[in-house]
Design a protein around this ligand. Structure first.
Ligand code: ARG
Length: 463
């Protein structure tokens, strides 16, 4: 603070300090303190570059370097006294640096603005989250692969409209999610590669008249190159939007898998038992074991998608370049990233622990006329019927079985021949669920051999 209460950083043109409400709405230090490590890294790289270009003396750069080490030590140890009056993490750190080293601290902000500073810090932070998401997704894929390998042959009902459709293998069902989470990881990698350009040196919006070296700072911070347009560098948050969008898609996938776990673990299905580690009990009903983790994951997509919509709404209609609106980017992304990583960890644990009940799965796979399509295909292949006629004949057989409370394999040959006389004993071969899944050998199909091929491919990729 200056004598008249105005801000020490920019109070030169101000006669009075801000209203308390202004301070409250303006400050971001309550949340952007999470960027402190990125902020210190950016400042170190900037100071080193300024010294290398002769913009700072070596003594000043050294003082700044030592001072930043000390500030970082305080922050890491939780000993840093954050100030709301100092608005954000950038000014908090710079003010503390000034306490510690005096006047050289004031030279750190040469050829820099908070606009390129925050854009750089935030990119560094989101980039780390992309890496963490990829690691979390790969762990989840490994857990799913473990399930797929254990149940490559296991039959279960495949559903459409949540009505029994055709038998599939457990391994195939697990591998469907391996594909989805594989694309989610690819989206995170793509987003990371695109965001890996350095805004530092764009300054407020127009670049700077100082002879800075943007390649040097970009390289020091692990970016592929500097952003090529200073206006773009400070004013876009599309990298955060991409991260959120990829996170929302991933959370949607987890929500669908969660819904399946909720259904499968119910007393009506009993396809799987979820472990005690990822379930809870009821305070009144002693028999209950609730799939809370799955339910929470089913819901978490709401937060992540909400954050995505919120940031899109912040960004739409913003003129170039920086506007304070963009300070509203951080809380959304922080919460979405935390939620995503926690969700991935919980999902991985649930999948790794989950125990399938092969007998229940097979019984359900056999019920509901699940091999009716196999019967129709048999009529086409073996009896030469056009598929439409075969469909009709099979429908009549299903009706016959259903009317007497039986399944298709329970019909006698005479009963079947009564519906169509081209049917022979051989038809029973395709009415069993194991034969059914084994016959689906088309690429990407549910046959155990196909599933094992995909398992092997993914295991190699994830090595
Ligand atoms: N706390 C600000 C933010 O998060 C930092 C940038 C401030 N820049 C400015 N011109 N006021 O966006």
């Amino acid at each position: 603070m200056t004598d008249n209460g105005s801000n020490a950083m920019w109070g030169g043109r101000f006669a009075a300090g801000p209203d308390a409400v202004m301070e409250a709405i303006n400050a971001s230090i309550g949340f952007d303190r999470r960027l402190w490590e990125q902020d210190i890294r950016g400042s170190r790289a900037h100071a080193a570059m300024l010294a290398a270009r002769g913009i700072l003396t070596d003594e000043d750069a050294e003082a700044i370097g030592h001072g930043l080490d000390q500030v970082a030590g305080e922050l890491a140890a939780g000993r840093f006294a954050f100030s709301t009056a100092l608005e954000d993490i950038h000014m908090n750190i710079e003010a503390r640096l000034k306490d510690l080293i005096g006047p050289p601290a004031g030279r750190l902000h040469t050829a820099r603005s908070r606009n390129d500073q925050v854009a750089t810090d935030f990119r560094l932070w989101v980039r780390e989250q992309c890496d963490a998401a990829v690691a979390g997704l790969e762990a989840l894929q490994r857990a799913l692969l473990g399930q797929a390998e254990a149940g490559a042959e296991r039959v279960m009902p495949g559903f459409t409209h949540l009505q029994t459709a055709q038998p599939v293998t457990w391994g195939h069902h697990m591998m469907a999610y391996v594909e989805m989470f594989g694309r989610d990881a690819a989206r995170m990698r793509d987003a990371r590669a695109r965001m890996n350009e350095c805004p530092l040196g764009a300054a407020a919006l127009a670049g700077t008249s100082f002879p800075i070296d943007r390649d040097a700072t970009a390289e020091a911070l692990g970016f592929d190159r500097p952003c090529a347009n200073s206006l773009d560098a400070v004013s876009d948050r599309d990298f955060a939007l991409e991260f959120l969008s990829a996170a929302a898609i991933c959370a949607t996938h987890m929500s669908r898998l969660s819904e399946e776990l909720v259904i499968w673990s119910s007393a009506q299905f009993r396809f799987v038992a979820l472990s005690d580690r990822f379930s809870t009990g009821s305070s009144i009903m002693p028999q209950k074991k609730n799939p809370d983790a799955a339910e929470l994951l089913r819901a978490k997509v709401g937060r992540i998608l909400g954050a995505t919509v919120a940031l899109f709404t912040v960004m739409k209609g913003l003129p170039l370049a920086y506007s304070k609106d963009m300070q509203e980017d951080k809380e959304q992304v922080f919460d979405a990233a935390d939620t995503l990583l926690l969700s991935l960890a919980a999902m991985t644990g649930m999948i790794a622990d989950m125990e399938a009940d092969p007998a229940a799965l097979e019984a359900a796979a056999s019920a509901g006329f699940s091999t009716a399509t196999d019967l129709a295909d048999w009529l086409v292949r073996e009896a030469g019927l056009p598929f439409r006629e075969a469909h009709h004949v099979t429908g009549a057989l299903v009706r016959l079985a259903e009317g007497s409370g039986r399944d298709l394999p329970d019909l006698t040959l005479d009963e079947m021949r009564g519906v169509h006389d081209a049917i022979t004993e051989g038809v029973y071969d395709v009415l069993g669920v194991h034969n059914s899944v084994a016959s689906r050998t088309s690429y990407g199909g549910t046959a155990p051999d196909q599933v094992r091929r995909q398992i092997a491919r993914w295991k190699e990729r994830l090595e």
